[in-house]
Design a protein. Sequence first.
Length: 480
Amino acid sequence: MASRARQSTARPTPTPTPSRSGRQSTVQPAPRGGPTASITEPPEYEAPQFPINPQGQRALAALSRSHDLSKLEKRFKDAQTMLTQSAMDINDILHEKDVRIKKTREKHEPGDDEESDAFLEQQERSLKSLREKTESMTTRMEEQMRRTVDGRETLQLMKESVEAAHTDARNHASTQASTQPVRSQRRRRTEGGDGEEAEESNGEDDEIPDFQPTDPGAAGTQAGRPPVEVFREQVDDRKTRYQILPMSDRYASNEEYVNFRRVIHDAQYPDDDIEMAPPEEWFNEDGTVPPPGTTARPRAGADEDDSDEEIAISRANISTKCPLTLRELNEPYSSKKCPHTFEKASIMEFLASQSGHCQCPVPGCNQMLSYLDLHVDGLIVRKIKRIQRAAQAQAEEGSDEEDDDGVGNGTQRNAFTLHSDIDGVEDDATPLNIKTQPKSEPRPTGASGLPGSSQAPRSTQVVDLGDSDEEEDEDQTMED
């Protein structure tokens, strides 16, 4: 029985495929079952030799859409919001402590009590240290705020540079495509009736060389500039033009930065006794930012003791009620076109009923508003909340005076609140009310007819830690 010759089942060794430049590839396939070699260096960049085809143009146009930068944009906006809020909070704390110590200093007479003198000196040293830290942190936050503005501008110019690279590639490909039909029309072939091809000639066909699509030097096939080169050139050009702008042009017109400066100024000078400098004066000639406190100018005729008057002026200029609901504003939403503020839910509902575009509902205002014309104005929100707190405090003070007028034996008592000046103690904690009672005329022993009248007189100061009923019981048992 004849033996059959076995055919080899081994696969032929693959032949190295020559690369575009003519060199053989030296990449060896990874062995089966072995560890995969990690690529440490990217391949060497090779510029395109021909215009980008329509498929490549579509891929280049989709590059900005496939690599969405909205998340990074949102992070920049969140950082700006947190910087503004943090800078506002630390300056509010500094101002409140400064006001408390100033009131304590006005009531205190040096030399009366050594312990009080030492405590006041310690509080003033603490205030000085807090002011230095606050100014330093505010300056650093202002620098970071400008960096976030620069970062958002960089994102925008990168998007524009990608679009410019796509536009350049599309225009170059269109130019090349418009020149190729002219060459093809110079040589045409027609098919004869017998099936043989006949070549029409205009007398110059012998001088025209055949078209070589792989020849980079052929007329009408120049690749032009690579897209990456156009992108880098656009980025460098736009970045240079942005950096040579004055700082006032870069930041003074930015909405987030302007809001940051306005809110900080309001936190430092809540009584409006210092007028905020115009944006063109926010930066020095050398491009530096003045330290905190030097960017504002005192208002003509301003006085340190006119805080109540300034609050009254603010109340006259700013309404705390919504013109639609006539109720106190809870979530103010301001217009960018006119000086009117509404309750957010009310104005949004009103716009929705008007197809998203309407005239300002305040009588006498002719501005047309849309959803994009409304925003949260941090400065207006602060002023409205401050006026509302002042009105609430005044109402509570009037209520306390009415309660005091109807208590017990009709004696007049004045109450004041002692706030803690110790760092770390919340201001909204329960205050300690000290009520003083005027000393009555001395009477003979037993003249009052009250039990226990022969006992020694008690202190004329009472610590009010209970309710009004307990207070009346203490008044009845007090005797001079």
